[in-house]
Design a protein around this ligand. Structure first.
Ligand SMILES: [Zn+2]
Length: 264
């Protein structure tokens, strides 16, 4: 399947690794001047997702919105790492950059580029009524230069529970600029599928909505929160939450089961 995203000037081709067109395409790309990346990801059936202990939530990077410290969202840094900001605790509504608001149009759920989960009011209501555990809601605002902050008919879904550190048997997760706190900066390798592993004891006390102890992604932090680019944790939910999103017709998300391992 080829998807031309005019805005991102990007074409995505998704093929099964057993597809006989794949080696032909890779050969063609090797003689091609423009940049390209090969990314390997697992795909799961609905039955496999339904049977998972937890699902890692990820979102289409071409539909992400921008929000966070640089847009005016505030954070309590008292328990955060002074070097990378891991552990920053959000204390205000989520403030979004107005330039990307059009990406929310026609959608019922989205994520910021730092994996903050946003849902429309109706989906927030469905989540609240479902009795799902481990979540709280915050308001979502757009920051306009002159008119100030305007509230949007969206809610941020916040996790109240942090999982224990994951098992070292996780793959596709590497510290690329290790911070002394040990909590960031993890990233993936495009050619290795991300497979998070947790010990059985680590997932004995989960909620329906959780975040990982580890924080991944780009970091830029010199002590000034308003100019910071914080890392962010992985967002993990039970199949119950996935089902609510499915029933609401939400698209653009990938759901990736964790692996539960016996030891280490
Ligand atoms: Zn740190």
């Amino acid at each position: 399947m080829a998807v031309l995203d005019a805005e991102a000037n990007l074409t995505t081709v998704t093929l099964d690794e057993r597809d006989e067109r794949l080696p032909v395409l890779l050969d063609l790309l090797k003689g091609y001047d423009n940049d390209w990346v090969e990314r390997r990801q697992d795909r799961f059936t609905d039955e496999e997702l339904e049977a998972a202990r937890l699902l890692i939530v990820s979102y289409d990077v071409n539909a992400e919105v921008y929000g966070g410290p640089r847009q005016g969202t505030t954070y309590d840094m008292s328990e955060a790492c002074k070097r990378c900001g891991a552990g920053a605790r959000q204390t205000s509504a989520m403030i979004l950059d107005v330039e990307y608001l059009h990406r929310l149009e026609g959608r019922r759920a989205a994520m910021t580029f730092k994996d903050d989960l946003l849902v429309d009011e109706k989906l927030a209501g469905a989540l609240a009524e479902s009795g799902a555990t481990g979540l709280s809601f915050r308001g979502v605002f757009a920051a306009f230069d002159r008119r100030g902050h305007i509230q949007l008919p969206w809610r941020q879904v916040c996790a109240t529970h942090t999982l224990p550190p994951m098992s070292p048997r996780s793959t596709g997760v590497y510290p690329y600029k290790p911070c002394p706190c040990g909590r960031s900066s993890f990233t993936g390798k495009e050619e290795v599928p991300t497979r998070l592993a947790y010990r059985a004891a680590d997932v004995a006390d989960i909620r329906d909505v959780n975040v990982s102890w580890e924080w991944g992604g780009e970091v830029r932090f010199d002590g000034d929160v308003s100019d910071a680019l914080f890392p962010c944790p992985w967002f993990l939910v039970t199949p119950k939450v996935w089902r609510i999103f499915q029933d609401a017709g939400v698209t653009g998300f990938d759901w990736n089961p964790i692996r539960v391992v016996d030891a280490s």
